[in-house]
Design a protein around this ligand. Structure first.
Ligand SMILES: Nc1ncnc2c1ncn2[C@@H]1O[C@H](COP(=O)(O)OP(=O)(O)OP(=O)(O)O)[C@@H](O)[C@H]1O
Length: 267
């Protein structure tokens, strides 16, 4: 079986005259962490929005796990095994952590509405499975002590981990992480690096990450793609990409050494 798990071929996204993404192609192998970096407005979020089918590409194709997903209905994305976190946390603040995970898990439910209403045995079984999965995720992410607390009462750093948990409850094969470090301090960002490593290694989930924090990118990424103005500037290891002259120029509009990274151990 080919290890080409996800591929984007010549994808483009135009909004009127704005060419947000133009002729971008990349492959993601099963089990890797693939990061997308670039200055503001580079087209990173637009690529995520195409993969999660919020946008339909103006041109090009997207393939996932042997299937063309370029034009499939957005609600089928979760069932195919793609989950996403958002830059600005999207949790129900007046519900508990557990309730948020159970809601997240429902995107996976395939039972027709009528049988859900009738609460048939098959649906009951699915409910039991949902709850079991949510409890496993809570344990995996070490969130037990917050299980029954309202999201509104949790620190921001914990909410970011819950957002990760909400995505994991749908048992994704591919996880899209949109700026997992945004709003986190240095220590919390290091914690996030460990969770990403654990998700990759222990759950065998493939990850595509959009991230500005180059320390986090360097710590967890197998490969990195740098974009600017909707086009690919460089692709390779984190060190190769951050040292690429075009990437340096795009970040600081001139010479030496941006984006700078100190090495962070995350394993
Ligand atoms: N729905 C839209 N309508 C019009 N223009 C858009 C739309 N979405 C994105 N754009 C434009 O596309 C370009 C790329 O935006 P995008 O949000 O993908 O960049 P980004 O790399 O994610 O930036 P940031 O790091 O600031 O989040 C920008 O010029 C943006 O203004």
């Amino acid at each position: 079986m080919s290890d080409e798990f996800f591929s984007a071929r010549d994808i483009a996204m135009h909004f009127g005259g704005i060419r947000a993404v133009e002729s971008v192609s990349f492959d993601v192998q099963r089990g890797e962490v693939f990061s997308i970096i670039g200055p503001n407005g580079a087209g990173k979020t637009t690529i995520f929005n195409m993969i999660s089918r919020i946008y339909t590409p103006t041109a090009g194709t997207l393939n996932f796990d042997g299937q063309d997903i370029t034009r499939i209905a957005p609600h089928r994305i979760a069932r195919l095994g793609i989950a996403r976190t958002f830059q600005n946390i999207e949790l129900f603040t007046n519900a508990t952590l557990l309730q948020n995970l159970l809601i997240g898990r429902h995107s996976h439910s395939t039972a027709p509405l009528l049988s859900q209403l009738a609460f048939l045995p098959s649906v009951r079984r699915a409910e039991v499975d949902h709850r079991k999965r949510a409890e496993e995720v809570i344990e995996f992410l070490d969130l037990q002590r917050y299980r029954d607390q309202l999201i509104a009462n949790l620190p921001y750093g914990v909410r970011k981990v819950v957002e990760l948990g909400r995505a994991l409850c749908s048992q994704p094969k591919l996880l899209l992480l949109d700026e997992p470090s945004s709003g986190l301090n240095t220590e919390e960002t290091e914690g996030m690096a460990f969770w990403i490593e654990d998700i990759k290694k222990d759950l065998s989930v493939t990850i595509i990450m959009v991230e500005h924090d180059m320390k986090l990118v360097a710590a967890v990424s197998d490969r990195v793609m740098a974009l600017n103005q909707g086009r690919i500037l460089a692709m390779g290891s984190s060190a190769e990409v951050q040292g690429h002259p075009d990437v340096v120029r795009a970040y600081i509009g001139g010479e030496p050494e941006a984006p700078r990274v100190e090495s962070v151990a995350a394993a």
